[in-house]
Design a protein around this ligand. Structure first.
Ligand code: MF3
Ligand code: CO
Length: 251
């Protein structure tokens, strides 16, 4: 599939999808409390998304059974919400969500600390978030995709962290996953040239230890191989003539 350039009508719909997703994340953050199950988080998230007239895009995507991916501590991404998994003070919880508004997608992730968390955990969350912003400094027409990828990696690795290689960001639009793939690490080629109207989901997944990950037997949950903590931060962005527009972050 070729990389698509969105029309102004499509961009308008993606802006709306992004705004709703940003609000969903804000509301979910406020709802997070120790003692909740990860399934509670999924239920609340799905309700919020539907209350805005949107469809949770992850639900039943390739058989994924929930609306919100909830990944705790050493879980990197795609954790499956369950009644039995209770979140506790000191945990770090990555929430990944996607919405469809009038046929157009937005995809975003945040990692939150539950109550008091360790300084190491706080730093990992902050560096992961900042690595996204370091990356999008290069998300400008005329630059190449690899400029973004390399900047994310250089920033995260400067703290000694591991940049996950097995999963990548992606184009997004009328489908959740479109071309191009958006790695969070440098490739040996420049990648596509960025053009106004391209929409990308950029999503660094950063481990406190090694970059290596393994899949659990549920075939979804990705965990760090060494058991170290992992954080995730993602937004859907639009390439413009000037600065990139972050569609899934309300200012
Ligand atoms: N943000 C995730 C991604 O881009 C979406 C989760 S995939 C799902 O891969 F299957 F869990 F929906
Ligand atoms: Co994504």
């Amino acid at each position: 599939m070729a990389v698509t350039i969105k029309s102004s009508r499509e961009i308008e719909l993606m802006r709306e999808a992004g705004k709703i997703l940003a609000k969903t994340h804000e509301e979910l953050e406020r709802a997070l409390k120790p003692g909740m199950s990860t399934l509670d988080i999924d239920r609340i998230g799905e309700e919020i998304i539907r209350s805005y007239g949107c469809i949770p895009s992850f639900k039943n995507y390739n058989g994924y059974p929930a609306s919100i991916c909830v990944s705790v501590n050493d879980e990197v991404v795609h954790g499956i919400p369950t009644k039995k998994h209770i979140i506790q003070e000191g945990d770090i919880v990555s929430l990944d969500a996607g919405v469809i508004y009038k046929g157009y997608h937005s995809d975003a992730a945040r990692t939150h600390g539950i109550g008091e968390i360790s300084p190491e955990a706080r730093k990992l969350i902050e560096v992961t978030r900042q690595s996204f912003f370091e990356g999008i400094k290069f998300a400008k027409a005329g630059n190449h995709l690899n400029d973004i990828s390399a900047a994310i990696q250089a920033y995260a690795e400067s703290f000694g962290y591991g940049v996950v290689r097995d999963l990548v960001g992606h184009g997004i639009g009328s489908h959740l996953h479109e071309d191009p793939e958006v790695p969070n690490f440098a490739m040996r080629r420049k990648g596509i040239k960025l053009q106004p109207g391209m929409t990308l989901a950029i999503e660094p997944m950063i481990n406190a230890g090694s970059w290596e990950v393994v899949w659990l037997d549920d075939d979804w949950t990705v965990v760090t191989e060494d058991g170290s903590l992992s954080a995730h931060y993602e937004n859907t962005i639009l390439i413009t003539e000037g600065e990139p527009e972050i569609l899934s972050l309300n200012v």
